[in-house]
Design a protein. Structure first.
Length: 228
């Protein structure tokens, strides 16, 4: 890949990550910024190592990508039914309403997934970044669901019933459930049961990408030194 083309792709990936972080901060608050930023950074490193310079065969990356997206959609159905956005709002005193959850994951998300799948089919470099971002973020980062039940909520932690009130940024969030194990006596958080569904194919995809990158480096021609 030419240096200019490579630089533009990296700049586009950085802008995507920074834009997602800014939108998450403006709409919700600081907690999702940490997850989005961390996923974007790790996804960027994975992409540069495995896909940017030599986009892999679609037959290698598309199956685990589509399985990750399918698992993610089922997972988000559980999150929607159990009020994931309001639960996060109560946990971190942030503003994540049901409406904003649906806008991101039910409407904008599927459009991005479809365009990414098309880009992977045609080996578009930036599509590889979005795929790596999804493998790391909605994929491996789902491990946080197993940590959330252990965190004491920032809003009325000892009240087990859902509460409706304004949060730290002034936004009003309705029906915020409390999944803290200390109040509910139950080890559960919204989305916990199906969290592994995107994690498994996402992990598989990362393994396949790293394996393909190793093979590409091993097959690369070794330049011989010029004769004196």
């Amino acid at each position: 890949m030419k240096t200019t083309h490579r630089t533009l792709n990296i700049a586009a990936a950085l802008l995507f990550t920074l834009g997602a972080m800014a939108l998450a901060y403006a709409r919700i608050g600081l907690p999702p910024v940490v997850i989005v930023g961390g996923s974007g950074l790790v996804g960027l490193l994975l992409w540069r190592r495995t896909y940017l310079d030599v986009p892999v065969d679609p037959r290698l990356i598309l199956p685990p990508f589509l399985l990750t997206v399918a698992g993610l959609e089922v997972h988000m159905a559980e999150e929607y039914l159990t009020s994931f956005g309001p639960a996060i709002s109560r946990l971190f005193d942030a503003s994540w309403t049901e409406r904003s959850f649906l806008m991101v994951f039910a409407f904008v998300g599927p459009a991005i997934y479809s365009l990414t799948a098309l880009g992977l089919f045609y080996r578009v470099p930036i599509a590889g970044f979005v795929a790596c971002f999804i493998f790391v973020g909605p994929g491996l980062a789902e491990l946080t669901h197993f940590i959330f039940p252990l965190i004491e909520p920032a809003i009325l932690p000892d009240v087990s019933a859902p509460v409706s009130q304004a949060v730290s940024n002034g936004g009003f969030v309705a029906d915020m459930p409390n999944y803290w194990i200390g109040a509910s006596g139950r080890y559960y958080f919204s989305g916990l049961y199906t969290a592994v569904l995107p994690m498994l194919p996402g992990s598989w995809a990362i393994v396949r990408l790293l394996g393909a990158a190793r093979r590409n480096r091993a097959d690369a021609p070794v330049s011989e030194p010029l004769a004196a």
